[in-house]
Design a protein around this ligand. Structure first.
Ligand SMILES: [Zn+2]
Length: 178
C-alpha cells in the first residue's frame, strides 16, 4: 500500500509505529510518501526514492516519439548517473539547429521515430541539444526489418537486410546501458 503525507494508517490501539509515521489524537498518519510496511504489530513507511529532478545541463536518455518538420520530440526516460526512471512522463524538444555543430538541413537524416538518444537539457522548457561527440543516437532499429542497427563507419547498418541509415550518432552507440 502506498500512502501520501497525511494519509491515515490506523490507530495507536492497533499498531506500534516507526519511521515515517506520526500520531495525533490516537490516530496514526503518514509523514512521508511511501510504502506501508507492517512488521508484526509495528508499522513504518519506507519512503519512495526521490525521482531525480531535471535541470539545464543534465544529460538524459530518451526515446524519439515524433519527428515533424524541424522538431523531434523525445520522451525523457532516465537521467545519466541516476538509476531511477523518470516516472513523470516529460517530453523534451530537440530543434534541428541543436542537433550538431554543423548545419543540418533534414532532421530525418539524424533521428527517426523509436531511436534511443542521449541528449543535454538546455533549459527548464526541456529544450534539448545533441551537440557533442557523446550525444546523439545510442540505439536504433532498422526501419525495414526492425533489426538493431550496428555501426558501420559514420553510418548505421542493418546486419540482417543490409539497409544503411544515417543518424547523429553518439560515440556511445551500441554500448548498452549507460
Ligand atoms: Zn533491416
Amino acid at each position: 500500500m502506498f500512502v501520501l503525507p497525511g494519509d491515515r494508517i490506523g490507530c495507536v490501539e492497533e499498531f506500534e509505529f516507526g519511521e515515517g509515521v506520526y500520531e495525533e489524537n490516537g490516530e496514526l498518519y503518514a509523514s512521508v510518501a511511501g510504502k506501508v510496511v507492517f512488521e508484526g504489530r509495528r508499522v513504518r513507511i519506507e519512503p519512495i526514492n526521490r525521482i531525480p529532478k531535471l535541470k539545464s545541463g543534465d544529460v538524459i536518455v530518451g526515446k524519439v516519439v515524433d519527428v515533424r518538420g524541424s522538431i523531434a520530440l523525445v520522451k525523457l526516460e532516465r537521467k545519466i548517473g541516476h538509476d531511477r526512471v523518470l516516472t513523470k512522463s516529460s517530453i523534451g524538444v530537440l530543434h534541428v539547429s541543436n542537433v550538431r555543430d554543423e548545419f543540418l538541413k533534414d532532421l530525418e537524416s539524424a533521428f527517426r521515430f523509436g531511436d534511443i538518444v542521449k541528449a543535454r537539457i538546455l533549459d527548464e522548457n526541456l529544450r534539448l541539444s545533441t551537440k557533442g561527440k557523446d550525444l546523439g543516437v545510442i540505439k536504433s532499429k532498422c526501419r525495414f526489418c526492425g533489426e538493431e542497427l550496428v555501426l558501420d563507419g559514420d553510418k548505421l547498418k542493418c546486419p540482417k537486410c543490409g539497409n544503411v541509415e544515417s543518424r547523429k550518432i553518439s560515440s556511445d552507440y551500441g554500448k548498452g546501458v549507460l
